[in-house]
Ligand binder design. Structure first.
Ligand SMILES: [Mn+2]
Length: 267
């Protein structure tokens, strides 16, 4: 087990089929910490209003988180847009877990970071909530379909796999622009606070990067990429990819799509 100073997790989406609770349990088993920050969309109440997908592993996730709080890890829960009902409890202590709509965390090296989920900086979900709900449903369907297709290919004994690459390739430019806009918006809005950076979630795209002199950190998610951010004892931050295989598959799929495209153009 690795001991770190802090663990930052977001976008676990408990209550959905896509939630990778088993992978998360595996990650939690391997990491102990002094601080545990849950940065929004931990429980997906939106999705649960359409039908609950609650597994035993997801129960265990809740139990483990509560247990860690009880055993002295400082757990702070920052609600996101999928668990926004909890935003009414800003500042309330539930047993050993503090609910806070935002939180300033000081790293071991003295740097101070704002912790927020980040949906308020997402122009799409902020102004058109129904679009976000639809987008979310489409995304979940896509993740599920990809699972079925991989399974089908395995049954047929076909080498390789169909993947999201074709879809991703069409969407990739738009998605990258969305990510950059989001990062810019977050940094622009926290600049005046005199902090060293921000740690958020929401867009399911993990990152640690410098943007205009501030550090932008995103925890990623546990429905697809299985990523977390940890703070080491010296205050350094690390992005942990707990699903190396999936990342490789995605990269391979994108490479495959790019290759097919270049072959098509050459022909
Ligand atoms: Mn969110």
């Amino acid at each position: 087990m690795r001991h770190v100073r802090s663990i930052f997790l977001s976008d676990i989406h408990l209550g959905t089929r896509a939630c990778k609770a088993d992978r998360l349990l595996d990650f939690l088993r391997e990491h102990s910490a002094e601080h545990l920050f849950l940065i929004g969309d931990i429980v997906d109440f939106w999705s649960m209003s359409r039908g609950i997908q609650w597994s035993r592993a997801q129960n265990t996730v809740i139990q483990k988180l509560l247990r860690r709080a009880r055993h002295g890890e400082r757990v702070v829960f920052i609600p996101g847009n999928h668990d926004e009902t909890l935003r009414e409890y800003d500042g309330v202590l539930f047993g050993d877990i503090l609910v806070a709509n935002e939180y300033v965390h000081e790293l071991a090296d003295g740097r101070r970071f704002l912790l927020i989920h980040g949906d308020e900086f997402d122009q799409v979900t902020r102004h058109h909530r129904w679009v976000a709900v639809l987008g979310d449903a489409a995304y979940n369907l896509l993740v599920r379909m990809n699972g079925w297709l991989s399974w089908l290919r395995r049954q047929l004994g076909r080498p390789g796999y169909w993947s999201l690459a074709g879809y991703a390739k069409r969407k990739v430019k738009k998605a990258l622009q969305f990510i950059l806009d989001f990062e810019d918006s977050v940094i622009r809005n926290v600049r005046h606070r005199g902090l060293d950076g921000v740690i958020c979630g929401h867009i399911h795209w993990a990152a640690i990067k410098q943007v205009d002199g501030l550090t932008y950190v995103n925890c990623g998610d546990w429905v697809d990429s299985c990523t977390a951010i940890v703070e080491h004892l010296d205050g350094s931050l690390e992005l942990i990819d707990w699903n190396g295989l999936a990342a490789i598959e995605t990269a391979a799929a994108l490479a495959e799509a790019a290759l097919a495209e270049s072959e098509r153009q050459a022909a």
